[in-house]
Ligand binder design. Structure first.
Ligand code: F0G
Length: 403
């Protein structure tokens, strides 16, 4: 198949074999999928286990993929959590159970494979942590050097550990994620590194499979609403594209309402949504306990806002305290361990239900994007420490009474 990329702003098309991330007009690019030319029937998917590459025909890659078995994450029906929040039909898709512990693997299996297809010699990204961990691991698997730029002191320990152990060149800058992204974009231009942040349209082609999997698991019936955290705003755009394609294929009837949640101290998309704007004003000093989404100038804002408006969705903020409550609820009511950013989806749902903006009868899927073990330091800060006692049965029994 001959793939092309199209600018979402001016419509200009580029050959899919070009190394290009944005249009000459500055607009964001999107991979074009010529649905009408595809020979594909959803019945061929019956009984095939879920994974990113289950949907190979819908992904613009020709060569054998670089894969460590990403996707196929569980979609849990969450009765206890649903009861607590007061909604009837709640599911959580736990993307933290991907091989490197976040949804980024779906994008990286496609993005790193594309880098080899394009003959690139080095891959690079800026990251709040998960992207760099995932890129380090897929780069290692592909045997290609990896360069990552991190905001110094603001990346959760588990994520830095992954990037280091898997052999990436890790550089911490004295600045935030937005600064790191600006630098790495210029670095990639000058050094001919392949940029694998979510501005890369191919990465989003992997992430759109979250939408495919949700619909597939529900018997090709899309939920009423998808709720997820928003940082650089790639994932909400990707999942929306996935559902749009399923609608075009006529495999689902309706596209879910895309609902994006940001942390209060880092919420440019929510502010734009409140003013019904189609683009954002960047936030200079984003701050939140959810370091994964501590982003003031999301590059995919225009795509994300379009996804929200076109699907009839919404955007909402949550406080750090609300994030911690939701993180504990997920862990203690459903056994789902997530990092703070991921808990924003649940915290956002709770808030929107309380405000009367979400119908209690809706079928809702919250996406939990990253694993609890990514951020052990946050856990230590928000949970009670273990109690230390003498090594005797009496001391243990006494301690238990006090807990
Ligand atoms: N949740 C987690 C756990 C993340 O790591 C990220 C993004 C998001 C949500 C937001 O997704 O950017 O597509 O809107 N992390 C990036 C990174 C920025 O560098 O790891 P988004």
């Amino acid at each position: 198949m001959n793939y092309s990329l199209r600018c979402i702003r001016c419509g200009r098309e580029y050959d899919g074999g070009e190394v290009i991330y944005t249009c000459a007009c500055g607009g964001l690019l999107e991979a074009l999928l010529d649905i009408s030319s595809l020979e594909i029937d959803k019945r061929e998917y019956e009984g095939v286990p879920l994974s990113v590459w289950k949907y190979k025909k819908l992904i613009p890659i020709e060569r054998e993929p670089i894969t460590i078995k990403e996707g196929g994450t569980p979609l849990y029906r969450c009765k206890r959590l649903g009861e607590k929040i007061g909604v009837k039909d709640l599911y959580v898709k736990h993307e933290g159970l991907n091989p490197t512990g976040s949804f980024k693997d779906r994008g990286m299996t496609v993005g790193v494979t594309k880098s080899l297809e394009l003959g690139m010699k080095t891959v690079a990204c800026a990251s709040t942590g998960n992207t760099s961990a995932s890129l380090a691991i897929y780069g290692a698997k592909a045997g290609i050097p990896v360069v990552v730029l991190l905001p110094g002191g603001k990346v959760a320990l588990g994520k830095v550990a992954q990037a280091l152990m898997h052999g990436a060149k890790v550089i911490e800058i004295k600045g935030n994620f937005d600064d790191a992204l600006e630098i790495v974009r210029r670095l990639c231009d000058e050094e001919k590194f392949y940029l694998l942040n979510s501005i890369n349209p191919y990465r989003l082609e992997g992430q759109k499979t979250i939408g495919y999997e949700v619909a597939d698991e529900l018997g090709w019936d899309a939920p009423d609403r998808i709720i997820l955290p928003v940082g650089n705003a790639g994932n909400i755009s990707a999942i929306y594209k996935g559902f749009r394609e399923l609608k075009e294929l006529d495999w689902i009837d309706e596209i879910p309402k895309m609902t994006g949640i940001q942390a209060e101290g880092s919420a440019p998309i929510v502010r734009a949504f409140r003013e019904r704007k189609r683009d954002i004003v960047a936030e200079k000093k984003p701050e939140t306990i959810a370091t994964a989404i501590r982003i003031g100038d999301p590059v995919n804002a225009v795509k994300a806002l379009a996804a929200i408006y076109e699907s009839g969705g919404m955007a909402e903020t949550v406080t750090d305290d609300e994030i911690i409550v939701a993180q504990k609820d997920l862990a203690r009511l459903e056994g789902i361990g997530v990092e703070p950013a991921s808990a924003t989806s649940l915290a956002g749902l709770k808030k929107l239900v309380e405000k009367g903006e979400i119908d209690r009868d809706e079928r809702i899927v919250c996406i939990t994007t990253g694993n609890l073990m990514k951020d052990p330091e946050e856990v230590v800060n928000v949970c009670d420490r273990p109690i230390e006692v003498e090594a005797s049965l009496e001391a243990v029994k006494k301690a238990l009474k006090e807990m």
